[in-house]
Design a protein around this ligand. Structure first.
Ligand SMILES: [Zn+2]
Ligand SMILES: [Zn+2]
Length: 94
């Protein structure tokens, strides 16, 4: 469906997901840091931890390239994001 595929070492080819570096930490250590997510117009998940979501709020809800640099946005696969979501107690996110 989405043409935005990423090759993940764990999950093979899956839909791309863009997350802040803190959520990648959650993927590693399983610690809940909050997760705020949405799907972009390409159908890819964009997700941030609570602190990054607060920073976007402080910026009037706008995600600028400045903020994206600060967040150190990482490209992972959607199956990896599912793991992060579960670490944060989220079960349904589609
Ligand atoms: Zn973050
Ligand atoms: Zn993966």
């Amino acid at each position: 469906m989405s043409s935005h595929l990423v090759r993940c070492a764990t999950h093979g080819s899956d839909t791309a997901a863009f997350v802040c570096s803190h959520l990648v930490e959650t993927l590693r250590d399983g610690e809940a840091r909050g997760v705020f997510w949405s799907r972009d117009h390409d159908g890819c998940i964009n997700a941030y931890c609570s602190r990054c979501a607060d920073a976007i709020d402080d910026n009037g809800g706008e995600l600028t390239s400045d903020i994206e640099t600060k967040f150190d946005i990482q490209l992972i696969c959607e199956a990896c994001f599912t793991k992060i979501a579960h670490s944060n107690g989220l079960r349904e996110f589609n």
